[in-house]
Design a protein around this ligand. Sequence first.
Ligand code: URA
Length: 436
Amino acid sequence: MKMNMYDIIYKKREGNPLSEEEIRFFINGYTEGSIPDYQAAALLMAIYFQKMTPEETYFLTDAMKNSGDIVDLSSIEGVKVDKHSTGGVGDKTTLIVGPLAAACGIPIAKMSGRGLGFTGGTVDKMESIPGFRTTLTEQEFLDQVKRIGISVIGQTGQIAPADKKLYALRDVTATVDNMSLITSSIMSKKLAAGSDAIVLDVKCGKGAFMEDLESAEELAKAMVNIGNAAGKKTIALITDMNQPLGKAVGNSLEVIESIETLRGQGPEDITELSLELAGYMIYCGGKAHTPEEGRNLAEEALTGGSALKKMREFIAGQGGNPHVVEDFSLFPQPSYSQTVISEEAGFVASLDARRIGMASQHAGAGREKKEDDIDLSAGVLLSKKVGDEVMPGTPLATVYGNDPDRVKKAAEEALFAFRISKEKPEKGPLIKKVIQ
Ligand code: URA
């Protein structure tokens, strides 16, 4: 019998699982344009309320992965390891763990994204390095990984085009935050990107899609199961995203903090998370017997300077000015700054990551519409984080940018992100759980 969208929507609306064929019919039809947005939106809403079984989620991921090109990395020797974060504020770990793992012999051939809403994206950050090219031909990309051990580029044309269309539709139909839809969206792209193993950083907290540990764990398990079922060793770390990671939020500010971290002078949280993630990547890539041994190797690469050297080679390989590693004045410079001051005495009890992300975006670091240009020098530099003591007049953060009105508005927003209390708050762990 010929399949049709009406029956598929009806079946899901009534809470019945869809077959592999029905899911493929939907994904193929929607990608090629024979299924209209209104029917796809109706099905997404039915999935949102009725949910999908693990089996359906697997079929959905597989159909989305197969909707476009599959990157072939087989000409690169060794176990290629990818890393993915579900999205956060101040999360510049790719720029640190990439060189760390590559310095330990793990080939990194990675595609990254641009910023989305209040969260930043690696591609935008890398573009703040003068001359750096985030678009390479496939051959240039492969050659650089063979020569230097690491290349990171923007997503090329046809990786999981079904996700591109569906993500845009979910964004405007209030159907983003569904476990199966997030899982299939992320994992279809990861599986199509060609690496042999995947380390996932699932963010949990106020600045993440998953606010509580239970739902973060459910998402992590779903993604790990799908990765392993597809034959790729997949591990997820569930990590805190209640406050921004590190002190820098905004494109060039975050690249500078990444370089400082690779010099051994980075903030404690970003250093700790980067070493842990790199440890798991080195373990997944077969260069260590345990994640702990992997972490030790990453620490040696950090303290011995080989990771910083790798960062220099990586930047130069993609046309960027490698002297940025020693001279931060080579980055785009902001014309305006405004410092936010504490009005009270006490301790920083909480620091809302989402608000800081929004403040950075409003200062010029992010886009409000897809086609907007961004100000690579704009962002927020935090002076205080959760648990730090403050007095009236203590600087909490400085906002940077090139538009004085935007900087002023962003500074007001940044101040609202801080909550000061008399008691010193308990700090939760940065790494909450590991799902293997
Ligand atoms: N990131 C993605 O790529 N997709 C989602 O659905 C959520 C976060």
